[in-house]
Every structure is written in structure tokens, then in C-alpha cells.
Ligand binder design. Structure first.
Ligand SMILES: [Zn+2]
Length: 190
């Protein structure tokens, strides 16, 4: 072996190997890029890569097996919206599907419809209750009138006319009035 060959072989790598031997780190990788086939990989949210024969991704900052994710996805969220049969390809579709069983658009439309029907319902309730208020008012006026009539009798809450000899029983009449108002009030909607 000539000096020349020795010089050539005794390169940086060997110096490092010797250094490691001295430091007691024998066997440690001494060269960069040589025999180091596995590239270090950095992945960010949404990346898909293969490792150990499986597909992986990062979802919500957590490394997950994509096969598992895919299964979950297809089981939970169909490709087509059951309501409009449209393809659920919008980002928020899976969320809306899980929450409402239909796509984003369908959910929005239904929400709007509900709001409108809710308003109509509120309106109907207001009208209904106003009508009852009006009826109560009329009932009070009618009862007042009846009670002030001399022995004409008075109408009970059941709609029967009661007459008493010797004039109206004011106490009985007041009770009937109260009961009548209570009954009409109970017809109001919450
Ligand atoms: Zn839809």
C-alpha cells in the first residue's frame, strides 16, 4: 500500500470514525448522506404520505392513519346529500351533514324556512292572543251589563242563563266572571 493510497483513504470520514472511537462512540454514523437513505420528513396539517406501508395524514395537528379516517368519512358522510342529491364537496358539508343530516346549502335553506315559519307562528300567536284579549274584554263588558240589569239573569261561563228571584247574586256573578276570564286566558298560547 503506497503512501498515496493511505492518504487518499484516510479522509474526513476516517478522522471522524477515529474521533468517535476515542470518545467511545463506535458504530455511530460518521458520514452525512452516506448510507442514510431515510430522509427526514416534516409534514404539516392536511399532508398525505406513506410510511410503514400505510397512508398517513395530519388532522387537527395529530398524525393519523388515513385508512381509518377514510373509513370513518365514508361511514359518516355520504358523497351525496340525501336531501338535494348534490355532491357534498364543500368544506363545511361534512360538519353540516353530521349536525343536520344534509349539505350546507340544504341546511341553510331549511334554517331560513324555519325562521320564516317561526315568524309566522309568532305572528299567529300574537293574533290569537289578541283575539282572546278582545273576547275577555267583551265578556267583562257583557257580564257587567248583565249584572247591572235587574233580574234579567246572567250568563254563566258555560253559556247558561241563570236567573234568581230577588235579583242577581253578585257574589255568584263575580265568581262566574272570574272563572270565565280564567278559562279564556287559558286558551292563550305561550
Ligand atoms: Zn343538500
Amino acid at each position: 500500500m503506497s503512501d498515496n493510497v493511505l492518504k487518499k483513504d484516510f479522509n474526513k470520514k476516517d478522522v471522524e470514525r477515529l474521533r468517535n472511537l476515542v470518545k467511545g462512540k463506535a458504530g455511530e454514523r460518521t458520514s452525512q448522506g452516506i448510507g442514510y437513505t431515510k430522509k427526514e420528513e416534516f409534514h404539516k396539517e392536511g399532508d398525505i404520505w406513506e410510511a410503514d406501508g400505510r397512508k398517513w395524514t395530519i388532522k387537527d395537528g395529530v398524525k393519523q392513519n388515513i385508512t381509518k379516517l377514510d373509513k370513518f368519512k365514508t361511514a359518516a358522510v355520504p358523497l351525496f346529500c340525501p336531501a338535494c342529491k348534490g355532491i357534498m364537496n364543500k368544506q363545511l358539508d361534512p360538519h353540516y351533514f353530521k349536525a343536520f343530516g344534509e349539505c350546507l346549502d340544504c341546511s341553510k335553506i331549511k334554517e331560513t324556512k324555519l325562521k320564516i315559519s317561526g315568524k309566522l307562528e309568532d305572528q299567529a300567536k300574537i293574533v290569537h292572543n289578541k283575539e282572546i284579549d278582545k273576547t275577555i274584554e267583551e265578556y267583562i263588558q257583557f257580564m257587567d251589563m248583565k249584572m247591572n240589569e235587574s233580574n234579567e239573569g246572567f250568563v254563566t261561563e258555560a253559556g247558561e242563563v241563570e236567573k234568581w228571584d230577588g235579583g242577581i247574586n253578585k257574589e255568584r256573578a263575580q265568581k262566574a266572571l272570574k272563572e270565565g276570564i280564567e278559562y279564556l286566558t287559558s286558551l292563550k298560547r305561550d
